[in-house]
Design a protein around this ligand. Sequence first.
Ligand SMILES: *Cc1c(COP(=O)(O)O)cnc(C)c1O
Length: 454
Amino acid sequence: MSGRSKITLDESELPRRWYNVIPDLPAPPPPPLHPATRQPIGPDDLAPLFPMELIRQEMSGERYIEIPDEVRDVYRLWRPTPLFRARRLERALRTPARIYYKYEGGSPAGSHKPNTAVPQAFYNAAEGTRRLTTETGAGQWGSALAFACAQYGIDCEAWMVRASYDQKPHRRTLMHVWGATVHPSPSAVTAAGAKILADHPDSPGSLGIAISEAVEVAAENPDTKYALGSVLNHVLLHQTVIGEEALAQFDAAGERLPDMIIGCTGGGSNFAGLVFPFLREKLAGRTDPVFRAVEPAACPSFTRGRYGYDHGDTAGFTPLMKMHTLGHDFIPDPVHAGGLRYHGMSPLLSHMYELGMFEAVTKNQLECFASAVTFARAEGILPAPEPAHAIAAVIDEARHCTETGEEKVLLTALCGHGHFDMTAYERYLSGEMGDFELPQDRIDTALAGLPDIG
Ligand SMILES: *Cc1c(COP(=O)(O)O)cnc(C)c1O
């Protein structure tokens, strides 16, 4: 076992292809359905929203997809990303476990999101798109897409959930720096937004509402398309650079492959990106890790949602997707992990969860912030509130190893830094932060609005 705490790869080891898990699954995921006809959608149904190459990737049965040179050139600004062995955290916990984290916070936007924003902007620019619309919660995805659009000379227009637009102005400014236009959502510029404002002038917004607005504008303008930062197959595909690099890094470190891989799940993309390449190795019989998804107790799609067809947005413009959902009308309590506050989940991961291919647990935010502070004091890096969920679960497992004496190898993705989350950390440190109970009747009410499909 190597003594290094930081395992880096040479630029020449930047992955050349993304890994598509679908051909390796025992059964294919159920198809998305057209919201009006309720028939499986084809490429033409998606053409108003996405460029053809992304539609091809969304539906692809090929195991590997080549990463274009123009995308690898931009990836090289921050990739390959480092894998760290958290020796100081291990010592602080007095655990015999060996804890590793793949750090994605060194990207321009400070998270894993540019891994997909860059190829999405590239394929759009290559096919003549002039403008991309999108939604953003706390601004992680909006800032990643604004950066990516600036690389290929296309415009970016983002609808930012109202509550974050008001409370988190700094990521909005970052989007402006990279040249994007940012609207608070709900906004008066779209019919979907105006309708909600008429009924609820003080609406704090939600990701589901912001998606409706961005999709509406893309559908109505031929030179404009839409980009989504999580949930879809092509997004998960692009994130597999994380797991591919991590596999090479375990090899370079002379470390055995992890016994457990833990990741936070909002729409599922950083978890999938880390896990899928290891799952490929597991399916081939070369390793046998446990995979554990961690979601917020305030937005528990896997653990308390229903596996059924639902809309991706509030207005019902998007295709119906079979996924673990809390209902498209569900508005989660305002926990600080904005990136995890989505009512649905990746349909691909939802299908795999039903097949029993990984576990899911929930965490309350106070425990997550306590874990993030423990982590920052030991390792130096301040985690975003989203990966703090994964860190809380890693610390649980490491403590379990302390009791049993097991020398497990644990791996997680530290998928973003928390430098734009100082208000949340301040609230935690000053004792003002609380936890939320999510009563079952709130979930039941939102689930009652699900479309009636088998
Ligand atoms: C967006 C975001 C998430 C949640 O999205 P996933 O698709 O589940 O990865 C988690 N962490 C960070 C830092 C994010 O920006």
